[in-house]
Design a binder for this molecule. Structure first.
Ligand code: ZEM
Length: 294
């Protein structure tokens, strides 16, 4: 960052219990809004917010990432790739008011962890300590987030810029099990499968089935041969066109536990891009609402 390394700084006196309280509040609000977006709820929205807050990271310049919570500022807020994410930021804003000590970067990444865990996904280790910046120089330039119309080579290079290899890249894109595309955000339309409010390996299972280019006025996207009701982006289809990605698609389609294990690791790393933690800092593992009730 502008002022030097982005060293995590946890607000004084705050620990697991405090963040679990926010986790529970976010989970409660998700539960009250399960009908949002045609039954998708806020799971997909919150995971996408956490990913776009983090995925601006450039390992070569050590810029971008979730540390500064900069997405509320131009030109990051108006980056076309971030269209629609005000819904997620607005959803979480009441917790920024209720818990004024949490930073935006912590709140947005924590929201993603809640969404993954509460929709049935793996536990995601998470560490606090991102610090809000009001400095314009800490806002990443637009154009760092992926363009869905591109091919496999582009996807490989883009995730490499964040520091990820092919296996992590494929695992991360498995988050497309959740939520939908919206013409008013990206131009693309529809969910990737029928269980878009549940975290599963269904994205990979479906990807291996038959897909054809959809005939419509919108941007090039694919629809499934079987029902014509689900979608894939060109970059999703690229995961089966390139052998260096396809082997992992097959692994994850056959073994949901393996997908969960790899996703958890890669997603935790994604959320921490550009954040430096003091040696020995230990991640929190949050209990789901179900675990706390039983
Ligand atoms: Zn997505 N993603 N994504 N993604 N994404 C969309 C929606 C969601 C790409 C992409 O262009 C798009 C990852 C990787 C990539 C989610 C999570 C993650 C949409 C639709 C597009 C166009 C937005 C809209 O119209 O509302 C591309 C090109 C990617 C890589 C090559 C990774 C990595 C993710 C998480 C780890 C999620 C959850 C959604 C659903 C959002 C919602 O509102 O339901």
């Amino acid at each position: 960052g502008v002022a030097g390394p982005n060293i995590a700084k946890v607000p004084s006196g705050k620990g697991l219990k405090d963040y679990q309280e926010i986790y529970n509040d976010i989970a409660g609000k998700i539960e009250e809004n399960l009908d949002y977006d045609g039954g998708a709820g806020f799971y997909g929205q919150l995971v996408r917010l956490s990913w776009h807050a983090s995925g601006t990271y450039d390992k070569n310049t050590k810029t971008g990432g979730s540390f500064y919570g900069s997405m509320i500022y131009d030109p990051e807020s108006s980056d076309g790739a971030n269209a629609g994410l005000a819904a997620g930021r607005d959803f979480l804003y009441e917790f920024a008011v209720k818990y004024p000590w949490i930073s935006r970067g912590d709140l947005w990444t924590l929201g993603g962890v809640v969404a993954v865990q509460e929709s049935g996904g793996p536990k995601v280790p998470w560490r606090p300590g991102r610090v809000d910046s009001f400095d314009k120089r800490d806002i990443p330039p637009p154009g760092n987030l992926p363009d869905a119309s591109e091919d496999g080579k582009y996807v490989r290079n883009l995730f490499k810029r964040m520091g990820f290899g092919d296996r992590e890249t494929v695992a991360l894109i498995g988050a497309h099990c959740l939520g939908k595309c919206h013409t008013h955000n990206s131009g693309y339309e529809g969910p990737w499968g029928p269980s878009f409010n549940m975290f599963t390996n269904d994205f990979f299972v479906r990807l291996l089935q038959g897909w054809h280019v959809r005939k419509w006025d919108g941007p090039k996207q694919y629809e499934d041969d079987e029902s014509n009701s689900f979608m894939m982006l060109p970059t999703d289809i690229a995961l089966k066109e390139e052998s260096y990605f396809l082997k992992y698609v097959k692994l994850y389609a056959a073994d949901q536990d393996l997908f969960f294990k790899d996703f958890s690791k890669a997603y935790a790393a994604l959320l921490e891009l550009g954040v430096e933690y003091p040696r020995g800092s230990k991640p929190f593992l949050f209990k789901t609402i179900d675990e706390q009730e039983s």
